[in-house]
Write a new protein. Structure first.
Length: 322
């Protein structure tokens, strides 16, 4: 029997982008999975039919406690993660705090009250770092977030540490960098491809193209989460990143090539950005690598898979109609 066979697992945000892929992988590993989601951003159709789906808001402590039941492992991914669309939380910082910080506190308190010992993996964000002091950013990098979203995620980490240190909770935090792939509802790759599907001749890109990001395909992020549930030391924090620096103008070129639009698309940059944006974000995944993590999906392959998924969602193809 494998580690996950028959294990009772709850995934908050389990109907969302990363959460639903995690549910799929856990089902493949023969775990008994419950997806908890308030369906404000997630979609019921994302959830594997062999998993249970409970509609639950992590800010409702009583319902959350009841929904977690007798879980042995809890992956806490539920969050207000619209980020770019909400200017990294500046459009509604109170909501970011309520969902991300208070929601995490509710998950920790609910699991700490369980009779049996529970393993918790908390999904934090690279947004906790703020402006880089050095690159790539390792887990020892200073944390000085510039946005309500980043602050709320860092607050969740601090709650995790306090519950581990004072109440012995078995919890590990994970700083996720840019994850992409099928089912993602937003963010740069998705946005670029959707724009090009509507109009393959002209593409407007936010910023000047010099921003640098670190992209990790969703299946690799999921494998990292599972690995940390199995082997991650309690109280620790780990980056989940590819470690590969990619300029936005390079990414745009790769997207255009993936879609077969080389020489056909006029790309223009707005030279404008949004509040809370950090020009360069590149993670150091070596700590996770020492546990056995190695990203397996290249950016070229990942973009191809994302595009194939989008074509299934939009049968008309480039320049076509649904």
């Amino acid at each position: 029997m494998g580690f996950w066979t028959g294990k009772r697992v709850s995934v908050t945000g389990g109907a969302g982008f990363i959460g639903s892929h995690l549910v799929d992988r856990l089902i493949e590993q023969r775990a008994e999975v419950t997806a908890l989601d308030d369906l404000s951003f997630g979609h019921a159709e994302n959830v594997n039919r062999r998993a249970a789906l409970l509609e639950c808001d992590v800010t409702d402590f009583e319902k959350l406690q009841a929904s977690l039941g007798e879980a042995e492992v809890v992956f806490h991914l539920a969050a207000d993660a619209t980020t770019k669309e909400s200017s990294m939380g500046w459009s509604d910082p109170l909501s970011d705090h309520r969902i991300n910080a208070m929601g995490t506190l509710n998950v920790l308190e609910a699991t700490a009250r369980m009779v049996s010992r529970v393993r918790v993996v908390y999904a934090s964000s690279a947004a906790v770092y703020g402006i880089p002091h050095h690159l790539p950013m390792d887990e020892g990098h200073p944390t000085s977030p510039l946005s309500p979203y980043g602050v709320s995620k860092l607050a969740g980490e601090k709650y995790c540490w306090a519950y581990h240190h004072e109440r012995g909770l078995d919890v590990t935090s994970v700083r996720i960098f840019n994850t992409y792939g099928p089912r993602q509802p937003r963010y740069v790759m998705y946005d670029l491809m959707k724009k090009l599907l509507r109009d393959p001749h002209r593409l407007e890109v936010l910023g000047d193209g010099n921003q640098v990001r670190d992209y990790c395909y969703v299946s690799d992020t999921v494998e990292a989460l599972i690995l940390l549930a199995e082997k991650g030391p309690a109280g620790a924090v780990f980056n989940v990143a590819s470690g590969e620096a990619v300029r936005i103008d390079e990414l745009v070129s790769r997207v255009v090539k993936t879609m077969g639009l080389e020489g056909r698309t006029d790309v223009r940059y707005t030279d404008q950005t949004w509040m809370g944006d950090i020009p360069t974000v590149v993670g150091d995944p070596s700590a996770l690598g020492r546990l056995g993590f190695a990203p397996s999906v290249t950016l070229v392959e990942g973009l191809s898979r994302l595009y194939e998924w989008l074509l299934q969602e939009r049968p008309g193809g480039v320049g076509g109609e649904r």
